[in-house]
Design a protein around this ligand. Structure first.
Ligand SMILES: Cc1cc2nc3c(=O)[nH]c(=O)nc-3n(C[C@H](O)[C@H](O)[C@H](O)COP(=O)(O)OP(=O)(O)OC[C@H]3O[C@@H](n4cnc5c(N)ncnc54)[C@H](O)[C@@H]3O)c2cc1C
Length: 524
């Protein structure tokens, strides 16, 4: 992806202009470009910088929805889980979950529900759920609290790296001819009479604004959807009710091995996961309604306390604040009830709205169903724009870098060579960069599983423009170990500056802003 070339192409005429480069917008861009529509996507900050890099990293049907009796939703998500695993085997892996039972009746009870989960997955099933004895549970999760443990159940779901999938979708859309620009907020909508005819976008690097003409505008800005709707109509009613979810990242001594722990119901009725990811343990999440969307949501003290307390209850060793390597917070774009506009109600998890001017807004959903959301919103947008009807092809579309076979699975172990596997068929080219330049052959930090070559690659090929783009999303350094990310920031900034041709003042500005961001990811 070449940002400068894409900025030059902003004056082309487009069929669709998509605002927002998270899971939803990127899924829509792949969908539209795969159908041959002329597509532009504009992202205010970086791809997946919002909610889409802050998930629990599960590609799942949603066992929770099953408990609520929402069978249709679970079936749709399981179908998408299977498709994603087939189309991006370099980014999605299988994960075995253990649900511990501390009461004699709970094991068989969860067992029945999870059998239904297997049945709904049909031929997309990743493995068979089954009841486990106490010994089998402890063999899988030796750090589980053994007191009163009766047994458990195992089931399977998928796991992925959310920000890496986002950049892979951006690369896939680029391969298909879409024009994508990051660090480019849409600042106004352009109208001809009452109808939208495009957007005005600010290129933050040059400071220049561009008018972008498109036959239809898609608003895929997640928790910011209402702000964009009010560019169209200042009186537009709110559609989104943001709800915050926090994750703590712990060292893998708290969860060694490759099994995840799932607590279906904490005492206040929440689902809690402890998930192995890149040789760390992710603990999450919370669900706290917040009054408004913010770019960098902060965890509340009570959310951190809730997660530490519950992790301590289910793990034999109690995690303390000092053990936390990083904390991250995301905002769910939940759809408010009672919207008055015409809703093409496509599933109970996501909704598409059309305003009188023709702005098409999509909200809700989850990462797992991003492809289906893209299909639905592009169907709708194509009708609004009067584009020729073309069938969706993305169910079978292999994503950028997908190896020809399905056997390249994402590993949760996270050694450097396994991390390179996430580059799929391009891993050898990244390795070659390291072989050609000794400066790029070194790890970015002894505690982080990335090479400097990946930094150069991120700038040259993946449109990384800032230190935070590289340390937070092209690599996941900030999530895996915020202190280590801070320590390696100066060296990484120099490699980025060399690639982009930037001066010392740019390096210092980047370091100051990254340091502020990284300190927010630390608890102590
Ligand atoms: C705590 C938590 C855990 C989750 N875990 C999972 C999980 O394990 N599995 C799963 O399937 N789903 C999960 N989800 C759900 C999933 O992460 C979200 O549904 C999804 O990421 C939402 O993507 P989005 O593109 O709609 O929003 P976002 O990712 O927020 O993207 C919107 C983008 O729009 C951009 N934008 C805003 N305004 C403008 C503008 N004016 N111009 C240009 N761009 C703009 C923003 O910068 C942002 O990048 C989780 C969600 C949360 C909060």
């Amino acid at each position: 992806m070449d940002r400068a070339r894409n900025v030059d192409r902003l004056s082309d005429p487009f069929d669709l202009a998509i605002i927002g480069g998270g899971a939803t917008g990127l899924g829509a861009a792949v969908e539209a470009a795969a159908r041959g529509y002329r597509t532009v996507l504009l992202e205010a900050r970086d791809f997946a910088q919002g909610t889409s890099s802050r998930s629990t990293k599960l590609v799942h049907g949603g066992v929770r929805y099953l408990a609520q009796g929402n069978v249709g939703l679970v079936r749709e998500a399981l179908l998408e889980r299977g498709r994603l695993r087939r189309n991006a085997p370099h980014l999605v892996g299988d994960l075995e979950f253990v649900v511990p039972a501390y009461a004699w009746w709970s094991g068989p009870c969860y067992g029945v529900g999870l059998k239904l989960y297997d049945v709904l997955a049909g031929r997309h099933r990743l493995g068979t759920s089954q009841l486990l004895s106490r010994a089998q549970v402890l063999e899988r999760i030796p750090t589980l609290e053994p007191d009163q443990l009766k047994g458990g159940v195992r089931y399977f779901d998928g796991q992925f790296d959310d920000a890496r999938l986002a950049v892979t979708l951006a690369l896939t859309a680029d391969d298909l001819g879409a024009v994508l620009v990051n660090h480019a907020p849409v600042v106004a909508l352009l109208k001809s009479g009452e109808k939208l005819q495009g957007v005005r976008v600010l290129d933050e690097e040059s400071g220049r604004e561009h008018a972008v003409n498109a036959r239809v505008v898609v608003n895929a800005t997640g928790v910011f959807a209402d702000a964009v709707r009010r560019m169209d109509d200042p009186e537009a009613p709110a559609l989104v009710a943001p709800s915050q979810g926090v994750h703590l990242v712990l060292p893998d001594v708290f969860l060694p091995g490759n099994h995840a722990l799932m607590i279906p119901k904490t005492d206040d009725g929440r689902v809690l996961f402890v998930v192995p990811w890149h040789r760390r343990a992710l603990v999450g999440t919370t669900d706290t309604p917040v009054p408004e969307a913010s770019v960098e949501p902060r965890p509340l003290e009570e959310e951190v306390a809730f997660l530490l307390e519950h992790a301590a209850r289910y793990l034999s060793r109690d995690p303390r604040r000092e053990d936390v390597l990083s904390v991250y917070t995301g905002l769910r774009p939940l759809v408010r009830n009672g919207g008055t506009e015409r809703t093409a109600s496509l599933s109970r998890d996501h909704s598409v709205f059309e305003s009188p001017s023709g702005l098409v807004t999509i909200v809700g959903g989850k990462w797992t169903t991003y492809r289906r959301m893209g299909q639905d919103v592009v169907d709708h947008a194509a009708r609004v724009a009067g584009l020729p009807e073309r069938p969706s092809t993305t169910a079978e579309l292999r994503l950028h870098g997908a190896p020809p076979h399905e056997d390249a699975q994402l590993s949760t172990m996270g050694t450097p060579s396994q991390m390179l596997a996430a580059h799929g068929t391009e891993a050898d080219q990244v390795r070659q960069l390291a072989e050609e330049d000794p400066e790029l052959a070194v790890p970015i930090h002894p505690r982080l599983p990335y090479l400097m070559a990946e930094v150069a690659w991120a700038v040259r090929r993946e449109m990384a423009r800032t230190l935070e783009d590289v340390l937070s999303r092209r690599t996941r350094a900030l999530v895996l170990d915020a202190r280590a990310a801070l320590e390696c920031a100066p060296a990484v900034a120099r490699v980025i500056a060399r690639e982009l041709g930037r001066e010392e003042t740019w390096i210092q500005e980047q370091l100051t802003s990254f340091e502020r961001r990284a300190r927010e990811s630390l608890l102590s």
